[in-house]
Design a protein around this ligand. Structure first.
Ligand SMILES: NC(=O)c1ccc[n+]([C@@H]2O[C@H](COP(=O)([O-])OP(=O)(O)OC[C@H]3O[C@@H](n4cnc5c(N)ncnc54)[C@H](O)[C@@H]3O)[C@@H](O)[C@H]2O)c1
Length: 370
């Protein structure tokens, strides 16, 4: 199969869909890979690195789309890319269709097979192609929190781990999933005193077993959170209720009980945020202050560390990309339920019910489309 990797053109997107190592693995499986010139530069991968791995460098996106049987991307296609996508072509990328009617209609009209990273799902319900970005965002949350706690950045001037003879910072983490456990581990590793909240007792039991001694677990109740934020230096929000808006666990009235210069990093801001006063911000202008509390609400945190994010993403997508390339999308998806769940649009039909529902568009069950 001929696999094409265009350069991402969404503002500030520096990630790329495949590392040179990914190209090498696809080549080893007998496939050809074409990469748009400078597609990997933002992630630290030169054209020469791709050539050394066996890829061919192509001058324009138009040519990549015109030649490739399967396009691998990071972000959903945007308007200038719509007309380049061909009927029968396979697209493997993040789509987040339910967030955009325009994108959904464009892909229906294009007639391509759209396999969305975010809906590839394992039998246990986990989303293997979302996990790496949550790992990155969770680890970054602590790093960003530590940065904005510094006085010149607007924070109260406390070092997360303290030094001998001083108290370490208190870190409250809301949600003990992928984001939360990664944030908690980083904060604990730096020597902070961490409280990790979840509303799932089984999850708390597990976390209590595996977390270091400076992490305590607590049941997520309004009373417990209200008490914990009073002494918190850093709060990390990482709750998720699948398919729903995040619940506001920290309400506006709680802010006035928090210490001036404390910091909230609400990673779940992309689902509405678990802090009432959190709103989406950008890497250019990441923070704002409400009631003396610094709020950080960047909705695409992994974009700040494209080198790590690109490698982490390729590690997760590559096994699926190899299946798709080796067998073609139809046979690969018939053989793998988790990959089948990734199919959102095929041959002009919406086959993912939640997407059709979101826009009142026609839903066609996948078993009518093989
Ligand atoms: N801002 C970014 O750049 C970025 C990047 C990656 C992920 N995210 C977002 O971060 C959020 C968390 O993702 P994740 O991968 O960790 O999800 P996850 O499903 O692994 O974890 C969510 C956790 O929240 C817990 N939870 C649900 N309701 C709760 C409540 N009321 N109180 C306490 N805990 C509760 C669940 O039990 C679960 O353990 C998602 O909204 C995701 O989209 C944002």
């Amino acid at each position: 199969m001929l696999i094409g990797v265009p350069k991402e053109i969404k503002t500030n997107e520096k990630r790329v869909a495949l590392t040179p190592g990914g190209v090498d693995a696809l080549r080893a499986n007998g496939h050809q890979v074409i990469v748009e010139t400078n597609a990997g530069v933002g992630s630290g991968f030169s054209n020469d690195a791709y050539i050394a791995a066996g890829a061919t460098i192509i001058d324009t996106a138009a040519e990549v789309y015109a030649k490739a049987d399967m396009i691998m991307k990071v972000k959903e296609p945007i308007a200038p890319e719509y007309s380049l996508i061909r009927k029968g072509q396979t697209l493997f990328t993040y789509f987040h269709f339910a967030a955009s009617r325009e994108l959904t209609e464009a892909m229906v009209n294009a007639g391509a097979t759209c396999i969305a990273y975010e809906t590839v799902q394992k039998a246990d319900g986990s989303l293997p192609l979302l996990i790496p970005m949550s790992e990155v965002a969770g680890r970054m949350a602590t790093q960003e929190g530590a940065k904005y706690l510094e006085h010149p950045m607007g924070g109260r001037g406390i070092l997360l781990g303290g030094v001998p003879g001083t108290r370490p910072a208190e870190v409250v983490v809301l949600g003990g999933g992928v984001v939360g456990t990664n944030a908690a581990k980083m904060a604990a590793g730096l020597g902070a005193s961490v409280t990790l909240f979840d509303n799932n007792l089984y999850r708390l039991r597990y976390l209590n077993d595996v977390m270091p001694a400076n992490v305590v677990t607590q049941m997520s109740t309004n009373a417990n959170i209200r008490e914990a934020v009073k002494t918190a230096d850093l709060v990390v929000g990482g709750v998720l209720i699948v398919g729903a808006k995040a619940p506001h666990l920290i309400t506006r009235d709680m802010l006035s009980t928090m210490k001036p210069g404390s910091v909230i990093v609400d990673v779940s801001v992309d689902q509405g945020g678990c802090v009432e006063t959190c709103k989406p911000t950008t890497h250019e202008n990441p923070t704002y202050v409400v009631d003396g509390v610094v709020h950080y609400g960047v909705a695409n945190m992994p974009g700040a560390v494209p080198y790590t994010s690109t490698i982490a993403l390729t590690n997760a997508t590559l096994p699926y990309a190899i299946q798709l390339a080796n067998h073609g999308w139809k046979d690969a998806c018939k053989a793998s339920k988790e990959l089948e769940l990734g199919i959102n649009v095929v041959d002009g039909k919406i086959v993912y019910e939640a997407v059709a529902e979101a826009f009142g568009m026609e839903y066609t069950p996948m078993d009518q489309c093989w």
